[in-house]
Design a protein around this ligand. Structure first.
Ligand code: AMP
Length: 289
């Protein structure tokens, strides 16, 4: 496995791979890799023949009051996991490598970012879209993999890629969960044992929403109230949002008459957790946990 910290090294490795007829797959991450990231790498290994993982905690997608400084990092562990997963190239840039001191350009995707995490994290999606556009230009992958756990992020990247005619195929991958249902996240490492137990309310609320909708509930407000009730039992520090939106536009739906994205962002202690479930009202309800 090759490791590149500078852009010319990445470009060179990718150029050689492409000259050998390889299909280049990119998995962008912020590191502290877990089974969710590894599922993206596995997906890349299935349909690309040269797998690049980028590991970069991108400062421009964190607000001034957010957890950039305490975001977990483990470079040595991440490199071991990438090697074991059969990654061909890891790109580990420094901030200096990614951003010129007078960088003045950013990518803004409007509309899709007006709801959910957008208003709670001003500038977040500009930071994400910009760094992903830069990674696409640096690596020039044929295909890139993103988790549905960050459903709004995936929608933003799909829209950006289409709108800017970036020649990259975007693949969305299913959310990987802990055995009890908690969505895997690098931020889970910041939870105490008690907070980890309370964090389960996100998934429990989503499952309750799915059960209600698939049992015939069509009123958005009724579903949201049930979810608030479940989430409040964990005494969250803050509920950023609990919403039911159209999975394409990310705009709130008025009536549940088609597949909807049920999504929430909740702070447990100082840790902000997000999760979502795509719910088809015509589907059959899952077993309760
Ligand atoms: P992050 O390192 O949190 O920025 O995530 C990097 C990529 O992994 C993003 O595309 C995420 O959506 C994806 N990802 C994170 N957690 C999960 C998960 N539990 N299941 C599937 N994909 C995930």
């Amino acid at each position: 496995m090759e490791v590149a910290r500078e852009i010319p090294g990445v470009r060179n490795a990718v150029r050689i791979a492409r000259s050998r007829g390889r299909r280049i797959g990119l998995v962008p991450t912020m590191g502290y890799l877990h089974a969710g990231h590894l599922s993206l790498i596995e997906a890349a290994r299935r349909d690309a023949t040269f797998v690049v993982v980028s590991i970069y905690v991108n400062p421009t997608q964190f607000g001034p009051q957010e957890d950039y400084a305490r975001y977990p990092r483990d470079e040595a562990g991440d490199l071991q996991k990438c090697a074991a997963a059969g990654v061909d190239l890891v790109f580990l840039p420094s901030d200096e490598e990614m951003y010129a001191p007078d960088a003045a350009t950013s990518v803004h995707v409007s509309g899709l970012t007006d709801t959910l995490c957008g208003p709670c994290r001003p500038g977040h999606f500009d930071g994400v879209a910009t760094v992903v556009a830069k990674l696409f230009n640096i690596v020039q992958p044929d295909v890139a993999y993103f988790g549905r756990k960050d459903a709004q992020q995936l929608a933003v990247i799909q829209r950006m890629t289409r709108d800017l005619n970036l020649p990259v195929q975007i693949v969305g991958c299913p959310t990987v969960r802990e055995p009890d249902g908690l969505a895997m996240s690098s931020r889970n490492a910041m939870l105490s044992a008690d907070q980890r137990r309370r964090a389960l309310v996100l998934y429990q609320a989503l499952c309750q929403a799915q059960r209600s909708i698939q049992a015939g509930q069509r009123q958005v407000q009724a579903v949201l109230e049930e979810m608030y009730h479940i989430v409040s039992q964990a005494q969250p520090t803050r509920v950023d949002y609990i919403s039911i939106v159209d999975p394409q536009t990310m705009q709130p739906v008025e009536h549940i008459d088609r597949p909807v994205l049920v999504a929430l962002a909740v702070r447990i202690g100082n840790t902000r957790l997000i999760d979502n479930l795509l719910v088809d009202p015509m589907g059959s309800a899952p077993p309760s946990r």
